[in-house]
Design a protein around this ligand. Sequence first.
Ligand SMILES: [Zn+2]
Ligand SMILES: [Zn+2]
Length: 229
Amino acid sequence: MKQNLSVRAALWLGVLSMITVPVLTYLMLKRAMAAGVGPLEILALLLLAFPAADLASGMVHWFFDTYGQVNTPIFGAAVISPFREHHRDQKAILSHGFVETNCNSFTLGLLTCLPLYYFTENVTAPWFHRGIAFFLLTFWQAILANQVHKYAHADANNRMVRTLQRLHLFLPPEHHAVHHAAPYDRHYCIASGCMNRLLDFLHFWRGLEAALRWVGMRPAGSGPTPVQV
Ligand SMILES: [Zn+2]
Ligand SMILES: [Zn+2]
């Protein structure tokens, strides 16, 4: 299939990001430890990052499932189209390689980590570096949410992935299946899925849609699946 220019550019930017984001993360965590943030604190922040990353993954997924069209400038082909394709064919995600699955997330990571690294170079306050470490640990889980989502649709996974799914540290397949069942407007979080029940109970997504409707933004369809592309 002939890929258009914006999709190819997104792939190459993604590859560049996959090289630079881990390096920038390592340098910023090293800087945090040098500023006095201990390994146990980093472990605690990692645990706190699970619900935060899950919420972030849900926000992105919900937004692009609900708003915009495949011909929307910039985001249409690169971001909205894969989300819409996923609802037409859940297994298509399995034919995507690592780069195609994760390039958009890593590009967002680069656009965030690069300024964060340069503009915080001279900050020494430990509380600030704790915040940076929490942000990075959250961000990494959110960045890898598409890969974890792909595992949730795989027919077979290795033992480590299956264990992480059973522990709800990775999105469990049966839990994610709720998102792909009628009425197709629940369980948007795709990192660990730990926030889904709470957010659905609170009618969180309907609340956001009502708030956006109030400022004039209308959903593209009545839910992820009914959207016509
Ligand atoms: Zn969806
Ligand atoms: Zn899915």
